[in-house]
Design a binder for this molecule. Structure first.
Ligand code: ATP
Length: 259
């Protein structure tokens, strides 16, 4: 099945052309990482997928839903996202496990009454991602890294078909970051594993679970394809328009700007 299909997609705001001529396909079984400098259009791309933004022209299909024809709320229920874009939507007064439980409905609030027993699953996921100590805590009092952990637990509540991680390791310490990457590895091995989209500024986080890479520059696809073909000094030097050194250590790529 095709997870994402972008055909000549453009997205503008006023006179500002934010994404131009995006042609990109994600098939089942592929996990993609996305690299791009600040302002290159990564979040805008994600918002198109989530139907938060509306393409200006072109054809976009997400999980079989063609935009403009099919039901958007049903589509959103199949997509989980971890990132600041969603983190800002929750009430700061919300209890940690209640926030995780909202993942079941993929909304930022709980509209229906629920019992304490129903929060059991939410608490289990918190424990699973190493956030057990946060049970009972109030969202607004948590550190940035703790908030990210809650969002990761939340994304597991609903079995998504597409899991988007938008700079998900922001604010996580060294060990918490490794733990998150390990979780992703476990998720990628599930029988009903969602397709993963991993947006990052740090190539060393693009683990062996990600075989594909999209390089986005100034709203355009610079290159898209097999990660191992693109994470080279030649391609990255052209991409960043700056001399780049690439070191591969234990299957991790370290990208270092040359002085
Ligand atoms: N609603 C909007 N109106 C006008 N310009 C916008 C709007 N949303 C985004 N932009 C512009 O589009 C460009 C791409 O923004 P976007 O947030 O998608 O980049 P990004 O790659 O996610 O950046 P970062 O790495 O800094 O998060 C930026 O120049 C931004 O200022």
């Amino acid at each position: 099945m095709t997870i994402l299909s972008f055909e000549n997609v453009n997205f503008s705001r006023g006179k500002n052309k934010i994404l131009s001529q995006i042609n990109w396909t994600v098939e089942t079984g592929e996990n993609w990482a996305i690299l791009g400098l600040n302002g290159s259009g990564k979040s805008s791309l994600i918002k198109l997928i989530m139907a938060e933004n509306w393409k200006t022209s072109g054809n976009l299909e997400v999980l079989g839903t063609r935009f403009g024809t099919d039901e958007i709320p049903a589509l959103r229920k199949k997509i989980a996202i971890v990132g600041s874009f969603i983190a800002e939507r929750f009430s700061l007064q919300m209890r940690a496990e209640n926030l995780v439980y909202t993942g079941k409905f993929n909304s930022s609030m709980l509209y229906q009454p629920f019992s304490d027993a129903q929060l059991y699953e939410a608490r289990q996921f918190m424990i699973q991602v190493g956030a057990g100590e946060l049970i009972g805590r109030i969202y607004g009092t948590l550190s940035q890294g703790e908030k990210q952990l809650l969002l990761i637990a939340r994304s597991l509540m609903l079995t998504p078909e597409l899991l988007i991680l938008d700079e998900a390791t922001n604010g996580l310490d060294l060990l918490a970051k490794e733990k998150l990457l390990l979780h992703l590895h476990q998720i990628s091995k599930l029988k009903q594993a969602p397709a993963l989209l991993y947006i990052t500024h740090h190539p060393d986080e693009i683990t062996s679970d990600f075989d594909k890479l999209l390089l986005l520059r100034a709203g355009k696809i610079f290159q898209a394809g097999d990660k191992n073909d693109l994470l080279t000094e030649k391609t990255l030097t052209e991409f960043y328009d700056f001399p780049i050194q690439v070191e591969k250590i234990n299957e991790k790529y370290f990208v270092i700007p040359k002085q």
